[in-house]
Design a protein around this ligand. Structure first.
Ligand SMILES: NC(=O)c1ccc[n+]([C@@H]2O[C@H](COP(=O)([O-])OP(=O)(O)OC[C@H]3O[C@@H](n4cnc5c(N)ncnc54)[C@H](O)[C@@H]3O)[C@@H](O)[C@H]2O)c1
Length: 382
């Protein structure tokens, strides 16, 4: 096995949420090692955060600009291979752009960028510079999500008819942003979150899951966005009707004001001869129903598709979860980087790409356009 890739992190400092998950996920298979960082919004907090993680002071940076400048000044054999971007949304584009321009591969969290124009710029920069730019739509890393995808592609439930994707949380049911809680503050601030709230934060995960699992392409959509909590300028609840190319239809709902819901991401797909249902909060079980009413519970592990099996680390009955699924995204990103380094053709790693990120941002833009226009039907245009 080749030595671990070396990576830096931008964001993910003290008290951050997802940066720590990225670090665990990257470390799980021994494929990537964190060696540098510009982890927080101020120089001192960045250095303090780096110290708390035990990073080498020489590679603990005050800002992402300093990180890129000093890392790229090192000999190629000594510099970081890739940078993980885990800041609030508004910084994804400038940080990823600077990394790609400097020749560094990128792993970026969602929503990929603030606008689809920015997303196209990053996608094209990565392509033109022969660099990986992966987007951590981590739910696609679950083995049974990959099994669901394989079953649908094999025709196991026939022609798709109806897709229900829902992503329901309740943690923003009150004005948490007014308490100073930083995760709530930036997510409800258009300057830092973008043009959408819940839709950008979790609706993009649902859109990506639908696309990854079903392969369906949205032809047109009609959306309704609401800010239920008084004073909030971005949506905290969204519903969209979807018409797919080929005739299938769908609904996608996302909300952060559904009291009692924790991380309720569910995908239900109904087709001519069967149905498949997967729930993120019970991720080791996939439910398959056939036309005659027979119901089969498919568990993780066992005799599954190659895509699911290769994403599985433990035998059946030994639960795997969020971190393992996230680690599969990192494993794919590392495979992609290593095959580029070896001059091999791009591997199909199943890890979401900048193009997937672009599509998610475009989905948000079109939903916002529809909602502003009285929930009118909007044709999908790239
Ligand atoms: N894939 C997922 O499941 C998932 C889950 C949660 C969040 N996210 C995404 O991850 C990103 C971060 O979300 P979070 O909840 O961890 O936010 P957070 O507020 O908890 O953490 C953001 C971090 O970025 C740092 N930061 C801010 N400005 C910076 C700068 N200029 N330079 C360096 N660091 C800076 C902050 O100090 C903080 O450490 C968001 O884009 C969010 O949408 C993805």
């Amino acid at each position: 096995m080749s030595p671990p890739l070396r990576f830096a992190m931008v964001g993910g400092g003290v008290d951050a949420f997802i940066g720590g998950v990225h670090r665990l996920a990257a470390a799980l298979d021994g494929r990537a090692q964190l060696i540098a960082g510009a982890l927080s919004s101020t120089p001192q907090r960045s250095l303090d955060s780096a110290r708390s993680l035990g990073l080498d002071p020489d590679r603990s940076y005050e800002s992402y600009q300093q990180l890129i400048e000093r890392e790229t000044a090192r000999p190629e054999s000594d510099r970081v291979d890739f940078v993980s971007v885990v800041t609030p949304n508004h910084l994804h584009h400038p940080v990823a752009k600077a990394c790609l321009e400097a020749g560094l591969h990128v792993v970026c969290d969602k929503p990929f960028t603030m606008t689809s124009v920015q997303a196209i710029e990053l996608r094209d920069l990565a392509r033109n510079n022969n660099l990986v730019c992966a987007v951590t739509y981590n739910y696609t890393g679950y083995p049974l999500v990959r099994e669901m995808r394989s079953l649908i592609a094999s025709g196991a439930i026939g022609q798709l008819r109806k897709v229900y994707a829902e992503y329901h949380q309740g943690w923003l049911a009150t004005a948490l942003e007014d308490t100073g809680m930083k995760q709530a503050s930036w997510r409800t601030d258009p300057e830092r979150a973008g043009i959408a709230g819940a839709l950008g934060d979790i609706g993009t995960h649902a859109e990506n899951l639908v696309s990854f699992v079903t392969g369906l392409e949205i032809d047109s959509l009609c959306a309704d966005l609401t800010s239920f909590v008084p004073g909030r300028s971005l949506d905290d609840d969204a519903s969209a009707l979807l018409r797919f190319k080929g005739g299938a239809k769908g609904t996608l709902t996302c909300s952060q004001v559904c009291v009692g819901e924790e991380n309720g991401l569910t995908l239900r797909v109904y087709a001519e001869t069967g149905a498949l249902i997967w729930r993120q909060e019970n991720p080791n079980v996939l439910e398959q129903t056939s036309l005659d009413g027979d119901r089969r519970l498919i568990t993780r592990g066992g005799d599954r598709s190659p895509a699911a099996t290769s994403a599985t680390r433990l035998p059946p009955g030994h639960p795997e979860g969020f971190i393992e699924a996230f680690a599969n995204i990192y494993r794919g990103a590392c495979d992609a980087i290593e095959s580029k380094r070896a001059g091999q053709p791009d591997a199909d790693t199943l890890t979401p790409t900048a193009e997937d990120g672009r599509r998610g941002v475009r989905f948000v833009e079109l939903c916002v356009q529809s909602a502003r226009d009285g929930s009118s039907w909007v044709e999908w245009t790239d």
